[in-house]
Design a protein around this ligand. Structure first.
Ligand code: NAD
Length: 242
C-alpha cells in the first residue's frame, strides 16, 4: 500500500487501531478519526513511527457535517483517498422490552448513519479518481442476532444490504465496497462483558477463543488490495457463523 492513503474511523483503539497499524506498516498514509483528541494524538505518533504520514480529525461520524469535514481534511492533506474503513461503532445493550428510544437511536445513528455519512462523502472523491475501496465493519450478530442487542444487530444487518447496494452502484467507476463481519474480538467493547458471558460465547466459537484485532486487520488489508472483489461479506469469526 506504499503511498496510498486510508481513512480509518474509530481508529484510536481496538480493531480500528489494529487496521491503521497494519496499513501503516505496509506503507500507507493514515487519516485517523475518533472522538478523543488525546488518544488521536497519541495514536498518530505511534503510527508515524512506521515512516508514514498520519493526520487526525476529531469528529462524530453520526453527524453529516462532521463526516464531510473529515473527508475534506483528508483531501487537503493527501492527493487521493484510496481506502475508507467504516469501523467506528458502539453498543447500548438491553433487552428489547427495556430498550429505551435513546439506546435504539444512538446505535443506529453511529453504526448505520455514520457509515452512510462517510461513504457518501468519500464517494465524491473516489468516483472522480475512478478508484477506491470502502470496507465496512459489521458483525456476525447482524446475521445471527443476539440477546440484548436488537439495536446493534439491526444496525449491523443493515450494513450488509447497504454495502451490496453501494457496491452495485459504483463498480463501473472501479470503486469497491465490502464488509468484514467479525465474531467476538478481544477489545474494550468486549472487555465489559462478564467472565460468565465470555465463557458462554467461547463455547459457541468453533476455534474456541476470541479473535484478536490484528486478525481483523489482516482481513481488511486483504480486501483493501483485492482488486476483483466487491459486494462481499467476509466473516472473521473463528467459524461462529458457519
Ligand atoms: P471500541 O469500542 O474498542 O472502539 C470504537 C472506536 O470507535 C473508538 O475509537 C471510539 O472513539 C470510536 N467511536 C465511537 N463512536 C464514534 C463516533 N460517533 N464518531 C467517531 N468515532 C467513534 O470497539 P471495537 O471493538 O474496536 O469495534 C470496532 C468495530 O468493530 C465496531 O464497529 C464494532 O461494532 C465492530 N465489531 C466489534 C466486535 C468485537 O467483538 N469487539 C465484534 C464485531 C464487530
Amino acid at each position: 500500500m506504499t503511498s496510498k492513503t486510508a481513512i480509518v474511523t474509530g481508529g484510536t483503539r481496538g480493531i480500528g487501531k489494529a487496521i491503521a497499524v497494519k496499513f501503516a506498516k505496509n506503507g500507507a498514509n493514515i487519516v485517523l478519526n475518533a472522538l478523543n483528541e488525546e488518544l488521536l494524538i497519541k495514536t498518530c505518533k505511534e503510527i508515524e513511527q512506521f515512516g508514514v504520514k498520519c493526520t487526525y480529525f476529531k469528529g462524530d461520524i453520526s453527524d453529516m457535517k462532521s463526516s464531510e469535514l473529515l473527508i475534506e481534511h483528508a483531501r487537503k492533506n493527501f492527493i487521493n483517498i484510496d481506502v475508507l474503513v467504516n469501523n467506528a461503532g458502539i453498543t447500548r445493550d438491553n433487552l428489547i422490552v427495556r430498550m429505551s428510544e435513546q439506546e435504539w437511536d444512538e446505535v443506529i445513528k453511529v453504526n448505520l448513519k455514520g457509515t452512510f455519512n462517510c461513504t457518501k462523502m468519500v464517494l465524491k472523491l473516489m468516483l472522480k479518481q475512478k478508484k477506491g475501496s470502502i470496507i465496512n465493519i459489521s458483525s456476525i450478530v447482524g446475521n445471527t442476532g443476539n440477546v440484548g442487542q436488537a439495536n446493534y444487530s439491526a444496525s449491523k444487518a443493515a450494513i450488509f444490504g447497504f454495502t451490496k447496494s453501494v457496491a452495485k452502484e459504483v463498480a463501473r467507476k472501479n470503486v469497491r465496497c465490502n464488509v468484514i463481519s467479525p465474531g467476538f474480538i478481544d477489545t474494550d467493547m468486549t472487555k465489559k462483558l462478564s467472565d460468565e458471558i465470555k465463557e458462554k460465547y467461547k463455547k459457541i466459537i468453533p476455534l474456541g477463543r476470541f479473535g484478536m484485532p490484528e486478525e481483523i486487520a489482516d482481513a481488511c488489508y486483504f480486501l483493501a488490495n483485492a482488486e476483483y472483489i466487491t459486494g462481499q461479506v467476509l466473516a472473521v469469526d473463528g467459524g461462529t457463523d458457519m
